[in-house]
Design a protein around this ligand. Sequence first.
Ligand SMILES: Cc1cc2nc3c(=O)[nH]c(=O)nc-3n(C[C@H](O)[C@H](O)[C@H](O)COP(=O)(O)O)c2cc1C
Length: 105
Amino acid sequence: MRIGPHAIDPKVILAPMAGVTDKPFRLLCKRLGAGLAVSEMTISDPRFWTTRKSLQRMDHAGEPDPISVQIAGTVPAVMAEAAKYNAGNGAQIIDINMGCPATRS
Ligand SMILES: Cc1cc2nc3c(=O)[nH]c(=O)nc-3n(C[C@H](O)[C@H](O)[C@H](O)COP(=O)(O)O)c2cc1C
């Protein structure tokens, strides 16, 4: 299976789960055989990117490819900027969440 240029091998994907799929958990799941492990939900609004939670959620240093980040939001231009920002932090695949019932994350 491929997403763009990225091979998802094996075809076992860890779904994004806020409060669960943090970096240690993603690394563990990839080590145990996940082909892709999506980040926790990250916020698209740049005003929150410097909070402790966002800094942790947007950190992908040392994470094996492919790196997938979920971005939550509804405004296309804001989402586009957030995608670029996360790509700058290592994201290779962007997962868009436009309908999460959870409160701001
Ligand atoms: C604790 C928890 C947190 C979740 N957080 C997110 C999230 O942040 N973003 C999202 O798109 N889905 C979230 N989900 C939904 C999961 O990604 C997944 O779609 C759902 O658990 C169904 O998975 P399944 O089809 O493998 O059973 C969450 C689910 C759980 C249980």
